[in-house]
Design a protein around this ligand. Structure first.
Ligand code: GLA
Length: 356
């Protein structure tokens, strides 16, 4: 594998390891992962590449095509440097027996940041893969995904669920990864040959995402408490009346109905029923728009354009509040449909197109 950026040119020696990780797009199952629910993501082509070497200077030096060059101490600090991802990885790997005392790191990324296609999870997985290629440690993909999530929670400060890291660590080309976020059981579902998924950036970056994301997390916890269950996974739609606050009831209704949609989407995908899958995707968007309130005017407009251009279904993907849409298009005429959507939305651009 070629090295990331010009590792050699910057650090004066070749990297000891280079690893990569792809971004993901979620077909359906949004804001369900932190409620122990179901999700159905797949990989996208854009990826993150990490080259690194180890040394014993007690610092991590990093260059990246997305962030300024930086140097941080090995031990995690409060500084908001992008190298907190690497500090987290080193901390967890050393806790697992490695003796990393310093590193030079180069990162190049093709994945748009803040767009709902997991640039962070891909960075975490690429870093972990490159580091363990040097330390010789062995971890399963699930263990790596859980470490990626821990980096996010403890070192980056985002209280995300497990979908992104599991998708990046375990999904494979041409298949959707059905994931039960409670048991971590996975099941690969082949994408039908006539499926065409367009991942389109709305042109607007996520805004206010972490505070609103954490607020939704708290609201679902409140909903579970009101319903007397540990997580919304244990609740049923019939129990919604136990929640007295209308907004909390709305949030729970999204999560419970979205879990049902993911199960139905898995069946539709397996049966090659794209019309049904499209209907479920659009219903997911409407639920995210009205009950969960994580869409934006720009995303809604993009979804409407996709439907007007002949999409079978379309929805925001990722956390929402900006970022990307995924549209399921009939394979014949997909390129024309994409051209029509982009013409309608001048700030939008095609991130990837996935075919079965
Ligand atoms: C972000 C989080 C995920 C998940 C999605 C919403 O991508 O990192 O864990 O909660 O939002 O489905």
């Amino acid at each position: 594998m070629a090295e990331a950026l010009s590792f050699r040119g910057n650090f004066g020696h070749p990297p000891a390891a280079t690893a990569s990780a792809h971004g993901r797009v979620n077909l359906i199952g949004e804001h369900t992962d932190y409620c122990d629910g179901f999700v159905l993501p797949t990989l996208i082509r854009p990826k993150v590449m990490v080259s690194l070497s180890l040394h014993s200077d007690g610092v991590i030096k990093g260059i990246s095509d997305g962030f300024p060059a930086a140097e941080v101490p090995l031990a995690p600090t409060d500084s908001q440097s992008w190298l907190c991802f690497a500090q987290g990885a080193v901390h967890l790997l050393n806790a697992g027996g490695a003796q990393i005392k310093g590193a030079n790191i180069a990162v190049s990324s093709e994945i748009p940041a803040g767009a709902g296609v997991s640039s962070s999870a891909a960075l975490e997985l690429a870093l972990l893969r490159a580091f363990i290629a040097c330390t010789g440690q062995e971890f399963s993909d699930t263990e790596l995904a859980l470490m990626g999530q821990k980096i996010e929670h403890d070192f980056v400060g985002t209280q995300c669920g497990i979908m992104d890291q599991m998708a990046v660590a375990k999904a494979s080309w041409g298949e959707a990864l059905f994931l039960d976020c409670r048991s971590h059981e996975t099941h690969l579902v082949q994408l039908p040959a006539d499926a065409y998924l367009a991942v389109i950036h709305s042109g607007s970056k996520r805004s206010l995402s972490s505070s609103l994301y954490n607020q939704r997390l708290a609201e679902t916890k409140q909903a579970a408490m009101d319903m007397g269950v540990v997580s919304l996974r244990e609740a049923s739609i019939g129990q919604l009346a136990l929640i007295s606050e209308p907004v909390i009831q709305q949030r729970a209704r999204h999560v419970l109905s979205e879990n049902e949609r993911v199960l139905a989407a898995k069946e539709a995908l397996s049966a090659g029923d794209l019309a049904e899958l499209g209907d479920l995707m659009l219903a997911s968007h409407r639920s995210l728009q009205t009950d969960y309130e994580v869409s934006s005017a720009v995303l809604d407009q993009l979804v409407d354009s996709a439907m007007a251009a002949g999409a079978l279904g379309a929805r925001l993907t990722g956390a929402g509040f900006g970022g990307c849409m995924i549209a399921l298009l009939p394979k014949s005429g997909a390129e024309d449909a994409i051209a029509a959507i982009l013409a309608d939305n001048p700030a939008a651009w095609l991130v990837d197109a996935i075919t079965g």
